[in-house]
Every structure is written in structure tokens, then in C-alpha cells.
Design a protein around this ligand. Structure first.
Ligand code: URA
Length: 410
């Protein structure tokens, strides 16, 4: 068997056998297969797809590449949440704080940014001192004590997915239903939650652009979950415009705090409420009406906000030291009109170019850069109005005039 034949087989759209997938992927993990050959196979998978059998096999290889977390030592029902990734998507931090404040445990393994989408781990690392690589004991103890912990994909949980994910991020091989399904489900199964909710994002700022693709991904993830005895719920949600009012790591943490203090009211808040309510239904077995009431109460009483502060402190974060860039540039409108659209994908790419994400593997990101959206859909704009403010560094690349066109006016 050799890697060139395997790449060639997939290029022709044929089904790879378990031993061929094992040879390619485990070979890559062991550094026998180089990045360039794996990139080529991933691209062939992106273009030709995979059968369900191949997806099950790949998920299994990802899971078996490391340890499985046994969460039996965590008392109570554990509900995990994952998003397929979007622009400005800080839902995990809002929802985890709400749900844990209501007594349902949220053990969460999160990723870094992928392509033009941001990652929860990168956002959390913008908080000075925040430790994202927890040991198994630290993770379990923290979930037991405060109900919520977020860990990065540490060396021993699905390490093969971690390595492939980092390569996909920089080789244009992110947008593939089989690869996304195997990546997400391997992590969710390895990290041991009983019940899993996946926010499947669809639209121009998401990894999947059509509702049909999102439904296909939902179905395959449910099938994978079923094979491991896990209850998987999905919600297909829209990602055509950036979520909320900020994009960029530190800026998004500040926005999470505002939402948890009840100071925001927009689509992102509604989405967080809906997802959190569903998790409460899964965790407590109560009706959606009761769950929604509990979720709303957790915000008005500041219970969820207090839980967030407790969570940050438990992982060593010093929230009072969080910083955003002091260098800013306003994007000023030269047009008059009503905002009817905002290109989430372009805003996501802009955040990357400002330094908030990675263009090459292992790149250091700048947590202080990002974008604050001052005008959103539905707003009236006049020449001279500030559309958005860029938080930049000396290395940031941008063209102010081009950014105006990320907005569509009518
Ligand atoms: N999130 C993941 O964990 N993996 C993907 O491939 C996409 C989103």
C-alpha cells in the first residue's frame, strides 16, 4: 500500500477501505506521511466526499488515536455543545455560563479558529493567565465544582483530529461535510458527554453555505452519535451576517460579559437563549417553556454572569487584565441607505488579516485586534457615519474603502 495510490483512489471518487484510511491517517499522526500528501488527500476528500462507512471509520480512527475521557466521576447529567463555527460566534461562553448556573453540567472541549471562523480557545486565551489545556483531573474537578470547564484538545484527546484540523485550517480543506462530521463527533465522543447539542451554522459566514448541506451534516452526526450511544440534537442556525456586534478575541469576551449582564438584545442573544433552553430541556427533562423561563431568569438575576466570572477565575484568568488594542480606525460611510446585508465571510477574513486568526500553521495571533460593528442590518446610514471600528496593530492589513462594500445598502 502507498499514499499515492490512496490519494489517486479518492481523486477518482472511490471508497477507501478501513486499512487504507488507517494507513493514511495514522501514518500522518506518526509523521510517516508528510503534510503535502495529507493535504492532497484532504483536498480529494473535500471534492469527492466520503461514504457513511468511510466517515464512521475516520471518526473511529480519530477517537482511537487518543484517550477517551471517562466522565462518570461527574455527578449529574452532562450536556456538551458544539458549533460548526462562524464569524463572531461566542455562543459557547454565554451558553455554558447560563446552563451551568442552572445546575446542568457543561464539560466542553473547544477548538481554535478554523479558516475564517473564530475559535473559543483563542477567545479564552485573550484573557491573561487563562489556562486552556486542563489535565483530566482539573477538567473533571472543575465541572464537578462549578459546573462548567473548557479545555483545548490536549495531547491525548483525539490527537489525530487535532493534527488534521491544523492542516485543514491552512490548506483550504475546511469545508467538507465528512471531515467536519468526523472532526466534531470524534471530539464530542472522546470527551465523554452523555448528550450533545450541535449548532450547525449555515450561510455565507459559515463553513457550510446551504441549508441542504447543514441538514446532511446534522443527519450524519446523529448517525455517528447513535453508534456510540450518545443523544445528539442539532439546531440549524443562520450565519449570513456576523453574530453579535464584535469579531476578534478580546472584543468578543467583552461582548459575552455584556450579554450575560443583560445589556444586549439582538439575534445573537436570541440564539443563545434558544440553545441554552434546549440544553436545559436535555439536562433536566422539563418543558421548553419552563426551560426558557429559567434561562431568562439566570440573566436577570446575574446568576449566569457570576458563573462566567467564577469559570474564568477557576481556569486562572484575570479578567480585569483583558486588553483590546489602543490603535483604532473608523470605517466611515460615503453612502446613504438602509443596511440590508453584511458579508460575514468578508468580515471573518478581515479579522484574520488584522491578525486575529492564522494564515499559516502555529502562527501567533493577536488577541487585541478585531472589529466592532457599529451599524447592523436594519440601520439607516448617512455619509460620514461610522460603519465599524477596527482595532488594529502595526502589522494589520486592510483597505478602508473596500470594507464599506462588505455592507449592502438599499
Ligand atoms: N469544528 C470542528 O471541531 N471541526 C471542524 O471540522 C469544523 C468545526
Amino acid at each position: 500500500m502507498n499514499m499515492i495510490d490512496i490519494i489517486d483512489k479518492k481523486r477518482k471518487g472511490l471508497e477507501l477501505l478501513p486499512n487504507e484510511l488507517n494507513y493514511a491517517f495514522n501514518g500522518y499522526l506518526k509523521n510517516i506521511i508528510p503534510d503535502y500528501q495529507m493535504s492532497s488527500l484532504l483536498m480529494a476528500i473535500c471534492i469527492k466526499g466520503m461514504t457513511d462507512k468511510e466517515i464512521f471509520e475516520l471518526t473511529d480512527l480519530f477517537i482511537k488515536s487518543g484517550d477517551k475521557l471517562d466522565l462518570d466521576n461527574i455527578k449529574g447529567v452532562k450536556v456538551d455543545k458544539h458549533s460548526t463555527g462562524g464569524v463572531g460566534d461566542k455562543t459557547t461562553l454565554v451558553i455554558g455560563s447560563i446552563v451551568a448556573s442552572l445546575g446542568v453540567k457543561v464539560p466542553k472541549m473547544s477548538g481554535r479558529g478554523l479558516g475564517h471562523t473564530g475559535g473559543t480557545i483563542d477567545k479564552l486565551e485573550s484573557i491573561p493567565g487563562f489556562k486552556t489545556a486542563l489535565s483530566r483531573e482539573e477538567f473533571i474537578n472543575q465541572v464537578n465544582e462549578i459546573g462548567f470547564a473548557v479545555t483545548s484538545q490536549t495531547g491525548n484527546l483525539a490527537p489525530l483530529d487535532k493534527k488534521v484540523y491544523a492542516l485543514r485550517d491552512v490548506t483550504g480543506t475546511v469545508e467538507s461535510i465528512p471531515l467536519i462530521a468526523a472532526s466534531i463527533m470524534s471530539k464530542k465522543i472522546a470527551s465523554g458527554a452523555d448528550k450533545i447539542i450541535v449548532d450547525v451554522k449555515v450561510g455565507n459566514g459559515a463553513l457550510l453555505k446551504t441549508r441542504e448541506e447543514a441538514i446532511k451534516l446534522s443527519e450524519i452526526m446523529k448517525k455517528i452519535g447513535g453508534r456510540y450511544g450518545r443523544e445528539v440534537e442539532t439546531m440549524v442556525t443562520y450565519m449570513d451576517i456576523p453574530l453579535g456586534t464584535t469579531i476578534g478575541n478580546s472584543l468578543e469576551i467583552l461582548e459575552v460579559m455584556k450579554i450575560l449582564k443583560g445589556e444586549e438584545n439582538n439575534y445573537l442573544v436570541a440564539l443563545c437563549m434558544a440553545l441554552a433552553s434546549k440544553m436545559i430541556v436535555m439536562g433536566k427533562g422539563i418543558s421548553i417553556e419552563e426551560a426558557t423561563k429559567e434561562v431568562q431568569e439566570s440573566i436577570t438575576s446575574r446568576k449566569a454572569y457570576t458563573k462566567f466570572l467564577e469559570f474564568v477565575k477557576a481556569q486562572g484568568g484575570q479578567i480585569e487584565k483583558l486588553e483590546v488594542s489602543t490603535i483604532t480606525k473608523d470605517v466611515i460611510s460615503n453612502k446613504k441607505g438602509h443596511v440590508v446585508d453584511m458579508d460575514a465571510y468578508k468580515f471573518g477574513k478581515l479579522s484574520l488579516d488584522l491578525g486575529g486568526g492564522r494564515i499559516v500553521k502555529d502562527q501567533q495571533i493577536d488577541p487585541k485586534v478585531g472589529i466592532v460593528l457599529k451599524k447592523k442590518i436594519g440601520d439607516d446610514v448617512f455619509p460620514g457615519d461610522v460603519l465599524c471600528t477596527l482595532y488594529i496593530s502595526e502589522k494589520s492589513k486592510f483597505d478602508l474603502n473596500e470594507i464599506i462594500d462588505y455592507y449592502t445598502f438599499k
